[in-house]
Design a protein around this ligand. Structure first.
Ligand SMILES: Cc1cc2nc3c(=O)[nH]c(=O)nc-3n(C[C@H](O)[C@H](O)[C@H](O)COP(=O)(O)O)c2cc1C
Length: 190
């Protein structure tokens, strides 16, 4: 069986969400998938063919003003052409987001992505990790330290560069999402 093709369609204004996207890609490769990083920053340059051929699409956006970023929303709206022909129907989907605050209303971005995937007839894959850092035994180094279920969340201090933010725990959480989607895609293809 050929390797599942997983496209990571993301926007990142200042590089932090791109770090998360690259960590997702690492998880995909580790689990035996082919990861393609696709920036959607320029809607005119999006490779729609690549998306149409993927087994799974993992969506990623920073949370800006409590929702997905403007460029990511432009990509969502431009995908209405693929929606009209149901190009992405029955593919797997998942999502990740990053913002400065611990919450920062990141959940809203993941909800937007999951509804977007449903409109395309896709099957949403959750994060599949228990929450970390939620007991006296926990620590900020825990996997899923922010305690998300719908997708992978990351938090980047507003004054920290993408060299150091988001921190390692959030990068590992993003990799775990890439791994989970790839494993699901292998089962889905069988
Ligand atoms: C226009 C704008 C709006 C933002 N809104 C939020 C927000 O609603 N919640 C939050 O926690 N952080 C917010 N932030 C902070 C970003 O989410 C954070 O800096 C993130 O790491 C940026 O990711 P990027 O480097 O991939 O663009 C906002 C930043 C910008 C530029």
């Amino acid at each position: 069986m050929s390797k599942p093709s997983i496209v990571i369609a993301y926007h990142s204004g200042y590089g932090h969400t791109e770090v998360q996207a690259k960590a997702v890609a690492e998880g995909v490769s580790e689990a035996g998938g082919t990861a393609e990083l696709l920036s959607v920053a320029n809607v005119e340059a999006i490779d729609w063919e690549l998306l149409a051929k993927a087994d799974a699409i993992i969506f990623g956006s920073p949370t800006y003003m409590g929702s997905v970023s403007g460029p990511f929303k432009t990509f969502m709206d431009a995908s209405s052409k693929a929606w009209s022909t149901q190009d992405w129907k029955d593919k797997l989907a998942a999502g990740f987001t990053n913002s400065a605050s611990q919450s920062g209303d990141k959940l809203n971005s993941l909800i937007q992505m999951s509804i977007f995937a449903a409109q395309h007839g896709m099957n949403w894959v959750s994060l599949g990790l228990l929450p970390g850092n939620n007991s006296s035994e926990g620590s900020p180094e825990d996997l899923n330290r922010i305690g998300s279920y719908l997708g992978a969340m990351a938090q980047s201090n507003a004054d920290a560069s993408a060299e150091i933010a988001p921190p390692e725990a959030d990068r590992k959480t993003a990799s775990a999402l890439g791994k989970r989607v790839t494993e699901a895609a292998i089962r889905w293809k069988n």
